[in-house]
Write a protein that binds this ligand. Structure first.
Ligand SMILES: [Zn+2]
Length: 301
């Protein structure tokens, strides 16, 4: 008898050391979508996205969009960065078939953590794929956690002024999944310390208060750049291309360029919520421009 086909099997957890911290990237979920150029290549010349895709050996149209929260154990506190898609696809009629089910909590369990172990949930921004598991069955999923979020981000969605039609559903999810947590929130601004060794970094553009986080322990550094970069080829190699998901597209371009320049100059390891899993790598500047170089074994040594 020939062996059964077992189907695809993909890694979903990746844990590594950063000085005295332990960091774990979790593949919450992924979506596969049509329209590489339509989504990630705003302003590209005809044929440019296809040529870029060919040069990088990825399909010219269809692409994968992963969702990767990060869990950091500082030795004193357990910090979760973003909560993924959660039960959005089941709870919100309009999102059925448009977002995948989140698996953060079950995958954290596989790695030895319960939701109530989380001390702090640090939110990068309030687009639904980043706050989708804040509640489970109407109750806070991370029951013992306080939340940390940029005041600029929270206030933007709370006020709800000047929100584009395309982002009206995002405002609805903010009202359901983030606003009720206000009394558990610590509101921060860029440069503020979340806990010792973790600091907020201004990445605004993709959203009004998009916040990255700089992690430092025992001289080792890691930048969690969230949605500053949304595709490991398009946004990295052509940071000026605009992206429909960016709420302020020109500001997002400026932020992408700033983050790319800094990461390349510092040769700093980085983790990106939408980078291919395990979403860890660094930015290399070449005569042709920037490249995302996936992690090999640097963080394992
Ligand atoms: Zn996102």
């Amino acid at each position: 008898m020939p062996a059964d086909m077992k189907g695809p099997l993909r890694p979903t957890l990746y844990r590594y050391k950063l000085g005295g911290f332990e960091v774990m990237n979790v593949l919450d979920s992924f979506a596969q979508r049509d329209g590489l150029g339509a989504v990630h290549g705003g302003g590209a010349q005809p044929g440019e996205v296809e040529a870029l895709a060919k040069a990088n050996n990825i399909p010219p149209d269809r692409f994968e969009h992963p969702f990767v929260p990060v869990l950091v154990n500082t030795g004193k506190q357990l910090i979760l960065f973003d909560t993924g898609n959660g039960t959005l696809a089941r709870d919100v009629e309009a999102l059925k078939g448009r977002v995948p089910d989140g698996h953060l909590v079950e995958r954290m369990a596989q790695a030895g953590y319960k939701p109530e172990d989380v001390d702090v949930v640090a939110i990068t921004h309030c687009h639904p794929d980043h706050i989708g598991a804040n509640f489970t069955g109407g109750k806070p999923t991370f029951a013992n956690a306080r939340y940390v979020i940029a005041a600029a981000e929270f206030d933007y969605w709370k006020k709800g002024e000047n929100i584009s039609d395309a982002r009206k559903p995002t405002k609805m999810q903010f009202d359901r999944l983030m606003a009720p947590l206000a009394e558990k929130c610590t509101f921060i601004k860029p440069g503020d310390e979340v806990v010792p060794g973790i600091r907020a970094v201004d990445c605004s553009g993709h959203s009004a208060g998009l916040t990255g986080y700089h992690l430092e322990s025992e001289g080792k550094n890691l930048l969690l750049f969230a949605d500053s970069l949304l595709h490991y080829v398009c946004g990295v190699q052509n940071p000026e291309w605009t992206i429909g998901f960016d709420d302020d597209q020109q500001k997002a371009v400026a932020n992408r360029k700033k983050i790319l320049k800094m990461l390349a100059a510092e040769r700093m390891m980085a983790v990106g919520f939408h980078m291919p899993f395990p979403s860890l790598g660094w930015i290399h500047e070449t005569p042709m421009g920037y490249r995302w170089v996936a992690h090999s074994y640097q963080m394992n040594l």
